[in-house]
Design a binder for this molecule. Structure first.
Ligand SMILES: NC(=O)c1ccc[n+]([C@@H]2O[C@H](COP(=O)([O-])OP(=O)(O)OC[C@H]3O[C@@H](n4cnc5c(N)ncnc54)[C@H](O)[C@@H]3O)[C@@H](O)[C@H]2O)c1
Length: 322
């Protein structure tokens, strides 16, 4: 395979850190651009083909400096924790909308191909699962902060299409459906697995929203990295959007049960209404299931790691925080 010089915004985040590892393994030269402390990629710091730049995508000038000789940019920097986008809609919109616009503007100017991390959230509350890439988006009102993340990501997608058609900027959009694995957020974030794990590890009651009947599909990070690194080097994927997820539909209650069993935890389950957890006005999505035929047809990919196996690996990683 021909090697490339690749920029990964959000490269010190959960998915970004695994991506940087894989790209280096494949022989590419990688710049991780992220405003965090970079501890998730600390083990890569001394690598001869790796560079970590600590700054914000809101800083367009510094961002543009990173584009010298870049072939591909994976744009993964974002506020992605549901707790944060409910509590800090302004910060979320700044990064996820304005930051993305900065990135796309610079990439288009420099003629660099963009891999954009979008989300299953953009389908909103559409009850007709599984969702294919052309399914309707059914979002709540703009006064519900929950939707600012989905809206910003959807605007980013529109911009990708617009830059592609009007400025010939190549892109591929990934719509991720609940990715998990080692280095997912700090314990206690708003994403369900680290949120549950914190309670389990502290042997505290586990708070489950409503009755835990809502369903998700969870895709293991290694499977995702395989999908996105293939798509990035598949010319026929250009100008398209792909769902990336598992088809194993799991209720939140079942997830909690599975985690408790695998980790031999003792916590009791306590069922709480959404408004007590997120404040008034939070809206959840009852079922979230991808149709993944498009990515299978394009590159022959489907998720292969069973939830139980992926959770085992994830729990092993987090057990260091016991
Ligand atoms: N993990 C999932 O299940 C999932 C699902 C759907 C979409 N996504 C998208 O995938 C991408 C990666 O998600 P993740 O799970 O790795 O999240 P993450 O929070 O671990 O990574 C995001 C990274 O972006 C960085 N960042 C935030 N603001 C920044 C800024 N202004 N400038 C530079 N860096 C900044 C953060 O420091 C963090 O390291 C995000 O765009 C997210 O929206 C993830």
């Amino acid at each position: 395979m021909k090697t490339s010089k690749i920029l990964v915004t959000g490269g010190a985040g959960f998915i970004g850190s695994h991506l940087c590892e894989k790209l280096l393994d494949q022989g590419h030269t990688v710049i991780a651009f992220d405003m965090s402390d970079g501890l998730k990629i600390e083990h890569l710091w001394g690598h001869e083909r790796f560079q970590f730049v600590r700054d914000s995508i809101l800083n367009e000038e510094i961002l543009e400096e990173q584009f010298k000789d870049i072939d591909i940019v994976f744009h993964f920097a974002a506020v992605a924790d549901p707790k944060r986008y409910v509590m800090d809609p302004l910060g979320t919109l700044e990064v996820d909308l304005k930051g993305t616009l900065n990135l796309l503007k610079v990439a288009s100017r420099c003629g660099v191909k963009v891999m954009f991390a979008s989300t299953s959230e953009i389908y909103g509350k559409n009850p007709n699962v599984p969702w294919s890439e052309t399914s309707e988006r059914v979002l709540g009102s703009t006064h519900i902060h929950r939707w600012c993340y989905a809206t910003a990501k959807a605007a980013g997608e529109h911009y990708c299409y617009a830059y592609y058609e009007q400025k010939k900027m190549p892109f591929v959009i990934f719509r991720f459906f609940n990715v998990y694995g080692p280095r997912l957020d700090d314990l206690g974030s708003g994403r369900v697995i680290p949120m549950f794990l914190k309670q389990f590890l502290e042997n505290k009651p586990l708070y489950i929203h409503d009755q835990g009947k809502q369903t998700r599909t969870f895709v293991y990070v290694d499977d995702v990295i395989e999908a996105i690194t293939k798509l990035a080097f598949t010319p026929k994927a250009e100008g398209q959007v792909f769902n990336i997820g598992s088809t194993e539909e799991t209720s939140i209650l079942k997830l909690a049960d599975l985690m408790r069993r695998i980790g031999h935890f003792q916590s009791e389950f306590v069922f709480v209404p959404y408004k007590d957890a997120f404040g008034p006005g939070f809206e959840d999505i009852p079922r979230r299931v991808p149709d993944v035929r498009k990515i299978y047809d394009a590159i022959g990919w489907k998720s292969t790691t069973p939830l139980e196996v992926g959770l085992q690996k994830t729990l092993e990683y987090y057990s260091q925080y016991k």
